[in-house]
Design a protein around this ligand. Structure first.
Ligand code: PLP
Length: 392
């Protein structure tokens, strides 16, 4: 529905100063990686307690580079969650390694850390957790497991910008942390991401993986050498300029998302029998507000009804191991019951900082009728026929 008051499930908030600044970059004659990227990296590093940060064209690229930096080799295993955007496991496969899924905890919808140790084998090299919807995985427990089994951690913190664990912002602690600035994320550069690194040596190797492995050994290009087959993951100054315009709003964006989440909780009709997310206004950045529809509701019918009411709904995500690519690795329905149930029933309600309180109320008001329709559609055909014959 293209009406002007359609409420999408998310929308970036770019201010006019940023739009003007992008124009300045376009006019400057230098539009790809340059001073804006370096400034963006410096500001991100300051935000993350001074840790080295390198800006990239995506968080997917960040994870690919992180796998190389972590020394993950072909046939190594990387433990991860089946409930994420497919990038999380695709990067492991593309690297020639094997994603080993562990079911999620139905309370947090993140990887169940209590089940991780049972999945560790002599081939396990790393753990790749995801902070779904910006709710952080327990970093204390995660790093205790990693330490006792000498595993690297690659944090898929794509959704975690502005979230924190134990009072410290995600990115300011831990091993390799990959953050996304895709248009739908809490801070955006249209497309983009960054990788937070442990030390300057890792940062230098990240730069090689970022751009063709090319390094200058001296000031002239005669001194150029190529030491590894790096990729093409550099961010443009245009994108960095957008990111720079977003960073000053991070705290306010996160605070606003938390307010909206509070309003959803306060107004949600518990009789609808939906499963609400974990109620956390301290650590979670509320990247998404996701509820699980009751058993028997037909999600596509629910989504269509909401759309007809002028409200966009997202699905993040179907359980990954059920995709053809992963079934070919031997995964099958029933392997991860929690992820499968959540993947079947999850819907993302509108959540973005420019939303008004009344937008939440609009969503709340539309939920009841949409759910009734979704439940009616879920009644098995035989039961519907029986009901019809009783009526006739
Ligand atoms: C968005 C997202 C990614 C990918 O980020 P890009 O910057 O688009 O590559 C990976 N993992 C998760 C959990 C995401 O939400």
């Amino acid at each position: 529905m293209a009406t002007s008051n359609f409420l999408p499930f998310t929308r970036p908030a770019i201010d006019e100063a940023t739009i003007a600044a992008v124009g300045d970059v376009l006019r400057s004659g230098w539009i790809t990686s340059g001073p804006k990227v370096r400034e963006f990296e410096a500001q991100l590093s300051a935000l993350f307690g001074g840790r080295p940060v390198r800006a990239l064209s995506s968080a997917t690229g960040g994870m690919e580079i992180a796998l190389a930096l972590a020394g993950v080799e072909p046939d190594d295993e990387v433990i991860t969650t089946p409930l994420s955007w497919v990038a999380t496991a695709n990067v492991v496969l593309r690297h020639g390694a094997r994603p080993v899924f562990v079911d999620c905890d139905p309370r947090t919808r993140n990887i169940d850390l209590e089940k991780v140790e049972a999945a560790i084998t002599p081939r396990t090299r790393a753990i790749l957790p995801v902070d779904l919807a910006g709710l952080p995985v327990d970093r204390d427990r995660l790093y205790a497991i990693a330490k006792s089994h000498r595993l690297r951690v690659i944090e898929d913190a794509a959704q975690s910008m502005g979230a924190s664990w134990a009072g410290r912002m995600i990115g300011s602690t831990g091993d390799l942390v990959s953050i996304s600035f895709h248009a739908n994320k809490n801070i955006t550069s249209a497309e983009g991401g960054c990788l937070v690194l442990n030390n300057e040596d890792e940062a230098r190797r990240c730069e090689l993986w970022r751009l063709q492995g090319a390094e200058k050994r001296s000031e002239s290009w005669d001194g150029m050498d190529v030491t590894l087959a790096g990729g093409k993951h550099n961010l443009t100054d245009l994108a960095a300029c957008i990111g720079l315009g977003q960073l000053p709003h991070l705290a306010a964006f996160t605070a606003r998302r938390r307010e909206l989440a509070r309003r959803y909780f306060a107004r949600f009709d518990r009789a609808l029998d939906c499963e609400l997310p974990l109620e956390d206004y301290v650590q979670c950045n509320w990247h998404m507000f996701q509820v699980l529809l009751p058993e028997g509701a037909v999600r596509s019918v629910f989504m269509n009804c909401m759309r007809e009411a002028g409200i966009g709904i997202g699905v993040h995500y179907p359980a990954m191991h059920l995709f053809t690519l992963y079934r070919k690795l031997g995964y099958a329905p029933g392997n991860f019951p929690h992820a499968e149930r959540i993947g079947r029933s999850t819907v993302s309600l509108p959540m973005f900082p420019a939303m008004a309180d009344t937008d939440v109320d609009r969503v709340i008001a539309a939920l009841g009728p949409a759910l009734s329709a979704a439940m009616a559609a879920g009644v098995p055909v035989a039961a519907r026929n029986a009901a019809a014959s009783v009526r006739s």
